[in-house]
Write a protein that binds this ligand. Structure first.
Ligand code: ZN
Length: 335
């Protein structure tokens, strides 16, 4: 596809656009926004909410989509890709940062819609894309009724379409552009970030946390069953070592202060873990402890935006992840 499609979308750095947040997010709801040359942010409108869950199209001779979003978002995503000029044979690759359903739920459908696309995933997540039954079962326990009402499920991808990625591999976008993988466990053990060699933007999935532009507060994302504090912090250090020129979160978009946000994310993560651990040791409810300590941060956030954040990354999910981490970490000592 040509650059002409991009500039024809009316979505270049939108100075003066209504609701413009950080640089590059100034497009209207549902309009792909060009964050940097050849980096298109697509709002997948999870649950009909704008600026909650992003996919990113990396343009080049072999275009690659980072994250599909949930299965429920597939029609929105396909429409956006169509408007960007991508025909069925044009997408060369789809890569997910991890296999949680708000990132990878659409993979099976997108693989079907783009029959030439290779599906890239962390080596520890690959089998779940081929046979999603266990992943969907465990997601239904975590999400409850939200599984079907909000996220949808995950269709299988034929094994021969899936390519597993280890640390520091490259996905070739062509024209000298590549996405370099950064193994980044902590949020999930099958988490990869992707560093775009052309723009310098690092796509960090959920490894830095969640910062919805409409809430403006960075919060950690520590869901069960994989969350691990030191692993998560180590991943943040690895990101810093790569000196990215921008950090793009799945939830949502470029952070406004990318040079300080990794330090900030580590501090926040340690603070939350400390509160969770104190409650755990005292036999108190971890979610209540987190809520009473950190709810004040959201006091200035409008209720409708707080609801998005609570649904996507609520204290209950974080508390369950901290509990599981603390129990697992303590087990060897108790034995
Ligand atoms: Zn997520």
């Amino acid at each position: 596809m040509s650059q002409g499609h991009v500039h024809g979308s009316g979505s270049t750095h939108g100075a003066g656009s209504a609701g413009a947040g950080p640089a590059g997010t100034g497009a209207g709801p549902g309009e792909p926004a060009e964050l940097a040359p050849g980096v298109l942010q697509i709002d997948t409108l999870l649950g009909g909410w704008d600026r909650v869950t992003a996919g990113y199209l990396i343009q080049g001779p072999n275009p690659v989509l980072i994250e599909t979003g949930s299965q429920s978002s597939v029609p929105v995503l396909l429409d956006a890709l169509g408007r960007l000029g991508l025909g069925a044979n044009d997408l060369a690759g789809v890569v997910v940062t991890h296999i949680h359903l708000d990132h990878a739920g659409g993979v099976g459908n997108v693989a079907e819609a783009f029959p030439r696309a290779t599906v890239y995933v962390h080596e520890k997540g690959a089998r779940h894309l081929v046979d999603p039954s266990r992943l969907v079962d465990s997601a239904s326990r975590v999400y409850g009724p939200l599984l079907d009402s909000l996220y949808g499920r995950l269709d299988p991808t034929p094994a021969e379409r899936v390519k597993v990625l280890a640390d520091l591999e490259e996905i070739d976008v062509g024209g000298g552009r590549a996405l370099v993988t950064v193994d980044s466990p902590g949020h999930a053990k099958h988490h990869l970030a992707l560093h775009d060699s052309s723009s310098g933007i690092l796509f960090v999935g959920d490894a830095v946390g969640v910062r919805l532009p409409d809430a403006g507060v960075l919060r950690p994302s520590t869901p069960p069953p994989d969350f691990d504090l030191e692993t998560a912090v180590h991943s943040l250090h690895r990101f810093a070592d790569r000196r990215p020129v921008g950090l793009a979160l799945a939830h949502y978009g470029l952070v406004p202060d990318h040079e300080s946000v990794l330090d900030q994310a580590e501090g926040i993560l340690r603070q939350w873990a400390e509160v969770a651990e104190a409650a755990f040791r005292a036999g108190e409810d971890i979610a209540e402890a987190l809520e009473s300590r950190f709810a004040g941060e959201l006091a200035a956030v409008a209720p409708e935006h707080r609801e998005k954040l609570e649904t996507l990354n609520g204290v209950h999910s974080n508390a369950a992840g901290f509990r599981r981490w603390l129990e697992t970490r303590d087990r060897p000592l108790e034995g």
